[in-house]
Write a protein that binds this ligand. Structure first.
Ligand code: ASP
Ligand code: MG
Length: 406
């Protein structure tokens, strides 16, 4: 029998009706002769509401208690889903991440899965049960503490479980029909992709495409688990994320990200070791730095700008101010009014001129580029946040990514 892992996101389990509909789908998959493991997210906006509650009682809630709180969201949906399946005459059992043997490191709020010892899962499957696993959580075996994997982490739970169980496919059910060439709420003629490579999906996810958590795509690539992203509201085929794709478009899509802020340290003395003295303490504070730009120096001084997540901006500012004082640099400013627009496509490697076309298209729209970063298959530009939707449309048009009208 083949094992199918299905993951249902928050909107797909937002209320009893939706849970019932999802239960019908799970039961149908089971009755078709598959072993089924289901990963669920918390219902609707539960996680956001729990975070709000935490901040209402403590402006800086400790990580351990935060994880105790947030894991409760998935615990509700997993139990309800198991009940709904049982109501349909099929045996089901729910497990927390810890019970499912999902072992992580100890970093609360952003734990990494290190190993899955899924004996309870495989035993339950062998006993003929559908297994429901709470998404986005695990346990640190050393400290015996419950952990969470970071926002959107249920995707990572699902793909990692699929890898550990050697499942034939990992299906990610969501509220959209698949992966699109751009956010369909912004671009009217955005096109659903039938397939996309792990490599490109990784870049899109890391550039703000919210449909899949990037760490889940890394698991998919590492263990070669095909991921089928599809809607829980219809039966249409979605997007297959896999190693090899049939068609090789030059550009796959445009992603955007409003979640970062730009930190600039002015008038930094231009000598060896200065960048290290700034970025080392940021790394030690576990702050992810995305883009970095150092301007040409004049009079032996330069400006250094970098981007971090908006919610890490205050901590980054404090560190940068301390370093600036030590280096006798100038002031530090934090700009939250930025956004990033990224163009992704494997064909960039072999087609020169893509970057030039990006800059021409943005220039023609009068959109100023403040920072640039590239990989072999991605070009990202930091621009003003209030122009980002326009920038997405402009690039989507320039590269003719849209649905061709019949
Ligand atoms: N419930 C968690 C979140 O909202 C995890 C997930 O949905 O994947 O981020
Ligand atoms: Mg999600």
């Amino acid at each position: 029998m083949s094992i199918v892992v299905q993951k249902y996101g928050g909107t797909s389990v937002a209320d009893p009706e939706r849970i019932s509909r999802v239960a019908d789908r799970i039961v149908a998959t089971r009755r078709a002769g598959n072993d089924v493991v289901v990963v669920v997210s918390a219902m609707g906006h539960t996680t956001d509401e729990l975070i709000e509650l935490a901040h209402a009682v403590n402006p800086d809630p400790p990580g351990r208690e935060m994880d105790m709180l947030l894991t409760a969201g998935e615990r509700i949906s997993m139990a309800l889903m198991a009940m709904a399946i049982q109501a349909r005459g099929v045996e089901a059992v729910s497990f927390t991440g810890s019970q499912a043997g999902i072992l992580t490191d100890a970093s609360h709020g952003s734990a990494k899965i290190q190993e899955i010892r899924g004996t309870r899962v495989t035993d339950a499957l062998q006993a003929g049960k559908v297994v429901i696993v709470a998404g986005f959580q695990g346990v640190d075996p050393q400290g015996k503490e419950v952990t969470t994997l970071g926002r959107g982490g249920s995707d990572a739970t699902a793909v990692a479980l699929a890898a550990a169980l050697k499942a034939s496919v990992c299906e990610i059910y969501t509220d959209v029909d698949g992966v699109f060439t751009a956010d369909p709420r912004i671009v009217g003629n955005a096109r659903k992709l039938d397939e996309i490579s792990f490599e490109e999906m990784l870049e899109l996810a890391a550039s703000g495409a919210g449909v899949l958590m990037s760490r889940s795509v890394e698991f998919g690539r590492r263990f070669n688990i095909p991921i089928h992203v599809r809607s829980s509201f219809n039966d249409n085929p979605g997007t297959w994320v896999k190693e090899q794709t049939m068609e090789q478009a030059i550009i796959s899509g445009v992603a955007h990200d409003r979640s970062e802020a730009k930190v600039t340290v002015r008038h930094v003395p231009d000598r060896p070791g200065v960048a290290a003295s700034l970025f080392t303490p940021l790394a030690e504070a576990d702050i992810d730095v995305d883009m970095i730009v150092q301007n040409v120096s004049s009079d032996g001084h330069t400006d250094i700008s970098f981007t971090v997540a908006k919610d890490a901006a205050d901590r980054a500012r404090a560190i940068a101010e301390k370093v600036a004082a030590e280096l006798e640099a100038g002031e530090v400013d934090v700009d939250e009014g930025i956004a990033k627009v990224s163009l992704v496509g494997a064909g960039m490697k072999s087609h020169p001129g893509v970057a030039a076309k990006v800059f021409q298209a943005l220039a023609a729209a009068g959109i100023n580029v403040e920072m640039i970063s590239t990989s072999t298959i991605r070009i990202s530009c930091v621009i003003r946040e209030d122009r980002v939707e326009e920038a997405v449309r402009v690039l989507h048009d320039a590269f003719e990514l849209g649905e061709v009208p019949a």
